[in-house]
Each structure stands twice: as C-alpha cells, then as structure tokens.
Design a protein around this ligand. Structure first.
Ligand SMILES: Nc1nc2c(ncn2[C@@H]2O[C@H](COP(=O)(O)OP(=O)(O)OP(=O)(O)O)[C@@H](O)[C@H]2O)c(=O)[nH]1
Ligand SMILES: [Zn+2]
Length: 286
C-alpha cells in the first residue's frame, strides 16, 4: 500500500527485489491502470529489525522513536525489554519506555521499582494509565508523539490496542482480556500497521507484533556492552581493552555489579542478562 502526498492510498506491487518496501518506507512509484508499481525504495534513515538464527524480520523503516509499552500487569520481562532497547540503540533510534496501568497501585509500584535502573541509565520512563475512564499521563504521551513517527512495541496485554484506539479515531484495534486462547498462541495483532493520529498527517503510530521473540543475532557479542549504557559506563575502567566483562581480572564492570554484599551501579539482573545475551550471540553463526 502506497500513500501519496495528498493522502490517496493505492495498492502497488514491487518491481523486482530492489523495490521491496516496508512500512515507513518512502518510494518512487508509477501508476498502472488502477493499481501501481513501486520502482524504487528511497534510502532509509534507519531500519528497525530483529534477527534470529534463521531469518531477519523487519519491523519498520524511517522511525523517529520506539515506544516500548509495558504494564504493571502482566509482569514484564526485563530480558525482552533489554533486547528491544539494544535493538533500538544499535540503529540509533531513541527508545522510550511507557509503563501502563498506573491505576493498579501495588503491581505498578513493583514494576516501577524494577525500572529504576533503566531511569538511572538515562532512558525515559513514562508512567501512564490508558484506561478509558479517566486515565493519567495522556498529555505527556501526546506531547511525546506529536509530529513524529513512532513504532509501538510491547508484550501481549500491556495495552497496545488500547493505546491505538485511544489515539487513533476509528482505528478499532482489537482489545481483549488476556485469555487462555492467547496463551496458547493466538494473537490478536498479526501484521504491521501504520496509523495517522491527526488529520494533518504529521503524527504517526506503527503497530507491530513480534516483541515476544526478539532475536539480536545481528549484533556482535563484543558490541553488546556498548549498547547497554550501565555496562558501557563502567567498561571504561577495565584493565583490558578487549574485556568481555565475564571473568577478566581488573574488570570495571564486574566491580560494579550490585549484590547482597556489595553496592554497585549495575543491577544483578542487568549483569545476568548481559551474560546470557553474550553467550547467545557467541554461538556459531551460519
Ligand atoms: N487497569 C488497567 N487496565 C488497562 C489499562 N490499559 C489497558 N488495560 C486493559 O488491559 C487489557 C489488555 O489491553 P490491550 O490493549 O488489549 O493489550 P494489547 O497490548 O493490545 O494486547 P494484545 O491484543 O494481546 O496484543 C485490556 O483488558 C485493557 O482494557 C490501564 O491503564 N489500566
Ligand atoms: Zn570488563
């Protein structure tokens, strides 16, 4: 689907491999009878994607930011959050963490605490409640999104559909309680969708599935520390320039890992995630 500057949408088919377009791409196209042909995809300013052992899956191109929507409930996975933050960082796309369901006081407090290290390392964390009956934090969210192209990512049940329905008139994204059906692998969101938020078409949201299986195989293990701000900060103190921060003597990172007996700037869970990702990315590449 191609949208012209005046807002007309038409179905276009790619001409050859070089014109394989993604959501967010700018293209050169040519009319043909009632449909059109994509002649060329214009150079991208960025491309947000994930990669597992077998394939690369692109989310979207030419993004201004990524909004990672998590919630007080269901409990979010810190590993998934970290993976998304690393993927955004690798493409130099600004990520913002939105923590939804602030109306659920107790779990919200707990989730907010788990995000403390992320605030400390400089990520923006936006608390909010997207509930229809008088939510909170909408003003700040609207301000954050205005005039930008934002990819919305999040685990099932965090409120992605609620967010789209709230901001996009007539979007009717599917919302629902997380059910047994969902847990057995049935997802309500299946493809990447572009939504204009305003009539002027200056603010856009892109809704994309795939937060659950976030492969980072395109990232070199030795690049990992640079993409984790808390670890990168302490890595400058390492004795060896090629320190993996796993076992080396004189490692500035290991010296800063928080534990029951030691204070530090790196939380134990972040360091554990670093180790797991390092091992995963070090496995033989094909
Ligand atoms: N208490 C509370 N519930 C919310 C809030 N926002 C959304 N919900 C509820 O959370 C549930 C999940 O919201 P959805 O918008 O369907 O979540 P989703 O992320 O789109 O989930 P999938 O459709 O599975 O991808 C729904 O029952 C919403 O009504 C909130 O701020 N507070
Ligand atoms: Zn080190």
């Amino acid at each position: 689907m191609v949208e012209t500057p005046d807002g007309t949408r038409l179905i276009c088919h790619p001409r050859g491999k070089k014109s394989q377009a993604l959501v967010g791409d700018r293209v050169q196209w040519q009319a043909s009878e009632d449909e059109g042909t994509i002649e060329r995809v214009l150079p991208r300013k960025n491309l947000f994607y994930r990669q597992d052992e077998i394939r690369t899956k692109s989310f979207a191109a030419n993004l201004d930011q990524v909004l990672i929507l998590i919630a007080a409930e269901p409990e979010f996975s810190e590993t998934q959050l970290t993976r998304a933050l690393i993927a955004a960082g690798a493409e130099r796309i600004t990520p913002v963490i939105a923590l939804n369901k602030s109306d659920l006081a107790v779990p919200f407090e707990r989730a907010s605490k788990r995000l403390e290290p992320y605030r400390r390392m400089g990520y923006r964390v936006l608390p909010m409640s997207l509930r229809a009956d008088g939510g909170a934090g909408h003003g700040e969210l609207t301000e954050l999104l205005a005039g930008k192209v934002t990819l919305v990512l999040g685990p099932s049940g965090a409120g992605k559909s609620t967010l789209i329905n709230l901001l996009v008139p007539g979007a009717s994204a599917l919302t629902g309680e997380i059910s047994q059906a969902l847990n057995s692998g049935k997802h309500t969101t299946t493809s990447t969708t572009w939504y204009w938020v305003d009539a002027e078409r200056s603010t856009a949201l892109i809704d994309s599935p795939g937060f659950q299986e976030f492969g980072l195989h395109h990232i070199e293990p030795m690049q990992l520390a640079h993409l984790m701000p808390d670890i990168a900060q302490e890595a400058t103190a390492c004795k060896f320039y090629n320190c993996s921060h796993l076992h080396e003597p004189g490692c500035g990172v290991i010296a800063q890992v928080e534990s029951a007996t030691q204070a530090g700037t790196i939380s134990a869970s972040r360091y554990r995630i670093y180790g797991e990702l390092f091992a995963e990315l070090s496995q033989t590449r094909y």
